[in-house]
Design a protein around this ligand. Sequence first.
Ligand code: B12
Length: 255
Amino acid sequence: MVSELIDLQSAAEKLGVHYQTAYKWVRSGQLPAQLICNKYAIDPAELDAFAQQRLKPAAPTVRKPRSGFGNISQSFTEFLIAGEEGLASKAITGLTQDGVALTVIIEEVMVPALSFIGLAWSDGQLTIWQEHRASGIVERILAEHYPNPRGRRRGTAVIAAVEGELHALPASMAAAALREDNWHVHLLGANLPTAELLDFCDRESPDLAVITVTNTRLHEQALEVAAQVEACGVRIVVGSPGGSLTELQELAKAP
Ligand code: B12
């Protein structure tokens, strides 16, 4: 019956989105609607089903490029070393446009590139400024693609690296991986004094705290900080160099 249907403006209000967004969903066929007297009308049951579907966390896509990741990672490494930011960015954008999840891109393309650059730097084949330039480019590309998935958040996570740990990128990578897996993330960055992390936990009561360790000599210190965070009643996981982001996503979800 036509009287039971609701108009598009009311549907948009119920979904908490702008009219144009609801209109786009109708035009793309995602939200079923009937055209009556040149106006869209929506069955409330269909609207409910659509709203429920939107609340479900979207599973990150794990597609692989046809040529595999090896070649792409190699080119990406070369672009980073040469300071070719545009080309490096384009390589990553190409993968995201092909539906590859950012977590996969980080692990398969960015991590191998940075590991190579780290080795070449410690062997004296690359200068410090080349490494600094490369890590700056990766930071900006990560920020450009920071995920914003739809659906209900799993919980709130705080991510930091302990005082003295100046490697910020792995914490940003962990933030991107948890964000992509639908966590609400507070990234507090590198070199965070313990008192600040404890203060955050006290005020914000996150569901999870993550400490990222890159400099191996800081591992013990990270475990001590973790014990203090745990004593505040916040669940905590501690990473280490070479740790996998997929493993982090699993650990984060563990009861
Ligand atoms: C970029 C870089 C820097 C930059 C960082 C810039 C920035 N904005 O982050 C700067 C210049 C600051 C720097 C400084 C130093 N660096 Co540095 N750096 C690197 C480099 C090239 C990349 C770092 C990176 O981003 N790695 C990201 C990936 C590649 O590493 P990953 O550790 O596997 O990260 C994964 C995990 O952490 C995981 N993860 C994160 N959180 C969690 C949580 C959980 C629970 C789990 C499961 C997983 C997880 O996510 C990441 C992605 O998968 C590395 C090379 C390398 N192999 O890492 C050297 C490297 C880490 N640096 C090194 C060194 C020696 C230094 C310095 C001591 C140099 C010096 N003499 O000053 C200082 C230390 C400063 C300090 N006090 O911390 C060594 C460390 C050696 C060691 N045994 O610890 C490395 C390995 C280079 C080398 N091959 O020798 N560095």
